[in-house]
Design a protein around this ligand. Structure first.
Ligand code: ADP
Length: 300
């Protein structure tokens, strides 16, 4: 009865990466490597991750009418994402300018560009996508008022998943719709703010849950994740792998979790599967390039 297992509403960026011996100081010019251009943005990453697993996935996003916008559309389509909801124009495509030094430290400048112009009216105009989607997932690389509008436009039976990244305080209306709210340790600290008591992630999960979400997932990198709902808090162990690059692991985890929840898995089951997807992703370089197929997850 649903056309899509997952609708991702979020950002699509071109990540422009140059390796340097030393990141430049103010007023300084340094020479770097050849430019590498990677499709990114948390929305684009989640959509690609879900589609590669086999989820019927649509993306609601905005890109510029420019070469990077076309590159992002092409990469989404190549992964099997339905791009009917990707709007074009209004501002240049969002980009992240990234310099990486030999120690792996980086400096990043983000231009939100078209991501910052994905407006509440765009959400209202996409009503048919919302009605056709079992699960809707979003992040915070688009305006917060747009996320609020997403919550207001959910179909009655569909499920809402939020990864509040980059983190900021959330209105009650958004918190109450989350099922689950998915945070890493940094995001948990920001959302909890002053109300954080102690250093135990189990406590953060409980306090976050008390703020209104129907369920909460705290991701803990190589330590796995915690899931919390009215039934209590359950720890989901990580799969042991040799990690080479954790970029995009959280996005792959979130997309996989959202898809499995829509397919009827319990929160703990879905998080267990998502941990396997995250584990494969960290064994490969890059973000979207690192996301596995369902067959690769089964083979882990
Ligand atoms: P984020 O990228 O948002 O910071 P995490 O680093 O917590 O998110 O990673 C998300 C999930 O990916 C984790 O909950 C875990 O299941 C998996 N994961 C991340 N890093 C590793 C790792 N080094 N080994 C195994 N699994 C990992």
């Amino acid at each position: 009865m649903y056309d899509y297992d997952l609708l991702v509403v979020g950002s699509a960026n071109a990540d422009l990466v140059i390796s340097v011996e030393r990141r430049p100081d103010a007023g300084e010019t340094v020479l770097g490597s050849d430019l590498a251009v990677h499709p990114g943005g948390k929305g684009g990453n989640q959509a690609v991750a879900a589609a590669r697993l086999g989820a019927r996935t649509a993306l609601l996003a905005r890109v510029g009418d420019d070469a990077y916008g076309r590159l992002l559309l092409d990469s989404q389509r190549a992964a099997g994402v339905d791009t009917v909801g990707v709007l074009v124009g209004g501002a240049p495509t969002g980009v992240a300018l990234i310099t990486v030094d030999p120690s792996g430290d980086n400096s990043i400048v983000v231009s939100l560009g078209a991501n910052g112009r994905l407006a509440p009216t765009d959400v209202r105009a996409a009503g048919s996508l919302f009605h056709a989607s079992r699960v809707v997932s979003t992040q915070l690389e688009i305006p917060l008022e747009t996320v609020v509008e997403v919550v207001r436009n959910l179909a009655p039976e569909s499920r809402f998943v939020l990864n509040p990244s980059p983190p900021r305080p959330l209105p009650q209306e958004v918190l109450a719709a989350c099922d689950p709210l998915i945070v890493n340790e940094h995001e948990a600290r920001v959302i909890l703010g002053e109300s954080r008591v102690g250093e135990r992630p189990e406590d953060w999960a409980r306090i976050l849950l008390a703020k209104g979400p129907r369920s909460v997932v705290v991701t803990l990198g190589a330590e796995g994740a915690l899931v919390a709902d009215a039934d209590g808090v359950v720890r989901v162990p990580a799969v042991r792998v040799a990690a080479v690059d954790t970029t995009g692991a959280g996005d792959a985890f979130t997309a996989a979790l959202a898809w499995r929840l829509g397919a009827g898995a319990t929160l703990a089951e879905a998080a267990g599967y998502a941990a396997r997807v995250g584990a494969v992703a960290v064994t490969r370089r890059g973000a979207q390039e690192s996301f596995p197929t369902a067959g690769e997850v089964d083979a882990l």
